[in-house]
Write a protein that binds this ligand. Structure first.
Ligand code: NCD
Length: 307
């Protein structure tokens, strides 16, 4: 499979074969992800350009690069860089391209990663573009589902902020390639955008919508919870109307399938009570760890290194 120097911008750009290839490579790298160091990417530099807060995406990319023997260059805060002087993203990308071998970009504007790719001399990896896409999160989500549940004939409820949540936009596209049965659960104000639903339909996806989580709780294999994306609401009073719309507590787990797993891209705020953490269903911390082998796999792929 030829992936060399390819940008990672949106799950819309991927075939199922390509996704399977990445997931298989992550399996090979999982032991190394747990500890140790190789020299697979020695001499390579990964630049991290994060214009929005991040814990997992930024640090798991950094861990992935270090475990592979590469180095990391960090833009740091916007305040510490020329971004505050008014430098455009295009100029920043042009310059950082000459300092690094690949760039991970997180930016508040939808479409920013695709725009950056036009100016970049090295692969751009989209670490989240506003309310748009978050493809590397989706790859680790798929890896989690494959390891902790099953990707074939999957029944999944995707719950919460489906309007502004970029992780669920990417996830829905990818799951459609696997023929999953997807139930979208959200308040009416936070439904999945029509354009994405239209695309999913065209792809032949099995998608339904409801506001009522209880309707689907006892039948799904995977419960994918998300945070209401407070920072994307133009009006804080609108956020206050939906905050806390869905919250999973230990009591919800009485009638669920024995092998049902609960996932969340994290950070969680109100969506999952800490009493759920010790249940046999919780997988969100395993999920965040799987970001390391997946990002190791992606880095070797975009930098053209065989494993
Ligand atoms: C998500 C994001 O940034 O979109 N976080 C992450 O990358 N794990 C989800 C969120 O912020 O709610």
């Amino acid at each position: 499979m030829t992936f060399d120097r390819r940008h990672i911008l949106s799950m819309k750009d991927f075939t199922r074969n390509e996704i399977d290839f990445i997931l298989e490579r992550a399996v090979k790298l999982e032991t190394l992800a747990k500890g140790g160091r190789s020299d697979l990417l020695a001499g390579n530099i990964l630049a991290l350009l994060f214009y929005e807060p991040s814990t997992r995406t930024r640090m798991s990319f950094e861990t992935a690069m270090l475990r592979l023997g590469g180095s990391v260059l960090n833009l740091g805060s916007k305040e510490a860089s020329s971004v505050v002087k008014g430098e455009t993203l295009a100029d920043t990308i042009r310059v950082i391209s000459t300092y690094s071998d690949a760039i991970v970009l997180r930016h508040p504007s939808e479409g920013s990663a695709r725009m950056a790719a036009e100016y970049a001399l090295v692969p751009i990896i989209n670490g989240g573009d506003g309310a748009g896409h978050h493809p590397t999160q989706t790859l680790l989500d798929l890896y989690t589902i494959k390891k902790e549940s099953h990707l074939d004939n999957l029944d999944i409820a995707i719950v919460g902020d489906l309007k502004y949540g970029r992780t669920v936009h990417s996830l829905a596209y990818a799951l459609s390639l696997y023929g999953a049965n997807i139930t979208l659960v959200s308040p009416p104000q936070l439904k999945m955008p029509d354009q994405i639903k239209g695309d999913l339909k065209t792809m032949g996806a099995r998608v339904s919508e409801t506001e009522n989580l209880d309707e689907v709780l006892d039948s799904v294999d995977v419960l994918y919870m998300t945070r209401i994306q407070k920072e994307r609401f133009p009006d804080p009073t609108e956020y206050n109307k939906v905050v806390g719309a869905y919250k999973i507590t230990g009591e919800h787990l009485d009638n669920v399938r024995e092998d049902m797993i609960i996932m969340h891209p994290l950070p969680r705020v109100y969506e999952i009570d800490s009493s759920v953490d010790d249940s046999a269903h919780a997988r969100y911390f395993e999920q965040s760890f799987y970001g390391v082998p997946i990002r190791m796999a992606l880095l070797t792929i975009v930098l053209g290194v065989e494993v």
